[in-house]
Design a protein around this ligand. Structure first.
Ligand code: MN
Length: 297
């Protein structure tokens, strides 16, 4: 990424950092037509990390691990945010959207009342690496019209702190920079942080928001606790903390991490595969609608 022309922003003030409540390594699994991935945020953590429902990390240089992709499948009741670090994936959906997601780009899809889509790799070799985050919708928006946008890497808001930390603001707001997407009900914050050795970064966070980190290169320290690579750190909701202070761990050339936070919805969560509603009855309806061809009609 070229950040030479970006002005350097002084780091925000955080007087008391959140601490690490729990480290999570996730579970290797496969999804779609056989894509290997690590489910970092899984169903048992949905209430703790409300409004986030899932985080998958995928990364491989073996084509067999990703080539089958995700053929046509439905979604209802939430949003999917796909962040492609490396590789190319083609999206097509029942609402008529089509987009190529590649190297550093983001695809934001609001399934709302229903979308049927495919996500298919457009490469036969090389590295494919990225993340898919599921963000819940409030009950009042679960049956809203689908929405979709692609953001190429160059379209994502970005800044550099005085400490040299490169920040991509996928959602929310950081240091006065507004992200590519904002959402009122869940107020999601989604930052990709690149920290040089020994650099630190602070981000104010409302105490009531749920927040976590995922380190995908190097390692971080939060209040003296190390967060190793390929670990998610759930950040404690201490009433007297006003944000989080991150430090690149010693001896790491560069650390890359996602910082994700949002306002909990506090609503019941009923999930059946790709449908996330509030009640079982609404899940039965989603399945019936899908079988009858009404889901994305
Ligand atoms: Mn999907």
């Amino acid at each position: 990424m070229s950040t030479d022309t970006l002005s350097r922003i002084p780091s925000a003030a955080v007087s008391r950092s959140r601490t690490v409540e729990q480290l999570v390594t996730g579970r290797p699994t496969s999804d779609g037509a056989g894509v290997k991935l690590t489910r970092v945020l899984s169903q048992p953590l949905q209430h703790r990390l409300d409004p986030f429902l899932m985080l998958d990390a995928f990364g491989s240089d073996k084509a067999d691990d990703y080539i089958a992709g995700f053929p046509d499948h439905p979604h209802r009741g939430f949003e999917t945010v796909t962040y492609m670090i490396a590789g190319r994936m083609l999206h097509r959906d029942s609402a008529g959207h089509e987009g190529l997601l590649e190297n550093g780009g983001v695809q934001w899809m609001t399934a709302g009342r229903g979308v049927i889509h495919s996500e298919i790799p457009q490469q036969e070799e090389g590295v494919m690496e990225g993340f898919q985050l599921w963000l819940n919708l409030p009950a009042k928006d679960k049956l809203s019209a689908p929405w979709y946008r692609d953001f190429a890497a160059a379209e994502l808001p970005r800044f550099v702190t005085e400490a040299g930390v490169e920040v991509t603001v996928i959602a929310g707001e950081s240091h006065g920079v507004t992200g590519a997407v904002t959402r009122e009900a869940t107020a999601p914050l989604y930052l990709d942080l690149h920290l040089p050795a020994d650099a630190s970064f602070s981000q104010p966070l409302p105490a009531g928001q749920n927040a976590f980190l995922y380190v995908y290169r190097g390692a971080l320290k939060v209040e003296g606790r190390t967060v190793p690579v390929r670990n998610m750190a759930i950040l404690a909701n201490e009433a007297d903390s006003d944000g989080v202070l991150l430090e690149g761990a010693e001896g790491m050339e560069e650390t890359r991490a996602l910082l994700i936070a949002g306002r909990p919805l506090g609503e019941p969560i009923a999930q059946y595969g790709p449908f996330v509603m509030n009640t079982e009855q609404e899940i039965y309806q989603a399945v019936a609608d899908y079988r009858a061809g009404r889901l994305a009609a």
